[in-house]
Design a protein around this ligand. Structure first.
Ligand SMILES: N[C@@H](CCC(=O)N[C@@H](CS)C(=O)NCC(=O)O)C(=O)O
Length: 249
């Protein structure tokens, strides 16, 4: 049994970010499937889950050896990097780290809105977001794309410099899902630096393994996926991760 547990499903963007980091670092873990938003058993809003993780969101992390628990993908990734000295992906130099942190803080209510474009109208119709809310989200998202294209990625290969960091991992699970090779719900044509970076990110180790759910989901620009398709995509992605974990031992 593994002492590191990640709670969530591979279809979730922030869950994928944490799993990707662990695969890159070839660090064994257990993935416990938790249904986001469900108050039934095995759901992120079930009282059992909320007792440990009051935000009721995925991903969450638990170390069964020490009893340490923490939610929020960025907190989990920073914690893992700090704990295991993964300074290549989260530099220890204060200025270099501040650049990574700067992106991680920007991410929420900005790039994270990528999921509003994808999730709200097509995958989670039950959320019933209003047209006003969607338009506001898209405007916020595009403002951050402009800043990333003309600033962050105009000056460097990756978001926080010339080396890959957890900022890129977090950003890509959101922005990458929108590309034509996956859901095809956004055209990055007017952002040449983002386009170049998206191609660069495909070369990162375990990119394909971590995106099995999206390969399975396919292009959703014309037809909304059914709940069955989403469930199957999650199942296939879970199996792919189990295979990677088996190869690690
Ligand atoms: N800021 C959080 C966002 C987590 C999040 O929104 N997770 C979604 C799934 S992608 C979730 O758990 N939704 C269920 C809910 O909020 O009830 C993080 O980065 O971990």
């Amino acid at each position: 049994m593994q002492n590191k547990i990640i709670y969530g499903v591979p279809f979730s963007q922030p869950v994928r970010a944490v799993l990707w980091l662990l695969l890159i670092k070839q660090t064994p873990f257990e993935l416990k499937l938790i249904n986001p938003g469900s108050s039934s058993e095995g759901g992120s809003r079930h009282p059992e889950y909320l007792k440990k993780f009051p935000t009721g969101t995925i991903p969450s992390f638990e170390d069964t050896e020490t009893g340490f628990v923490v939610s929020e993908s960025h907190a989990i990734m920073c914690y893992l990097c700090n704990k295991y000295g993964w300074n290549d992906l989260y530099p220890s130099n204060p200025e270099a780290r501040a650049k990574v942190d700067s992106y991680l803080h920007l991410h929420h209510r900005n790039v994270r809105e990528s999921s509003i474009l994808l999730v709200a109208p097509k995958v989670r119709k039950d959320l019933n977001f209003s047209e006003d809310f969607l338009q506001a989200s898209i405007a916020t998202l595009e403002k951050s794309f402009q800043a990333i294209d003309s600033g962050w990625l105009n000056n460097s290969r990756y978001l926080a410099g010339d080396n890959l960091t957890i900022a890129d991992i977090s950003a890509y699970v959101e922005m990458g899902q929108l590309q034509s090779m996956f859901t095809n719900v956004y055209d990055f044509e007017s952002y040449p630096n983002i386009k170049r970076w998206l191609i660069e990110m495909r070369k990162v180790d375990f990119h394909d393994d971590i995106h099995v759910a999206l390969y399975e989901l396919g292009d959703i620009s014309k037809e909304d996926p059914t709940m069955e398709t989403i469930k199957n995509a999650n199942k296939k992605a879970y199996i792919a991760i189990q295979e990677k974990l088996a190869n690690m031992k």
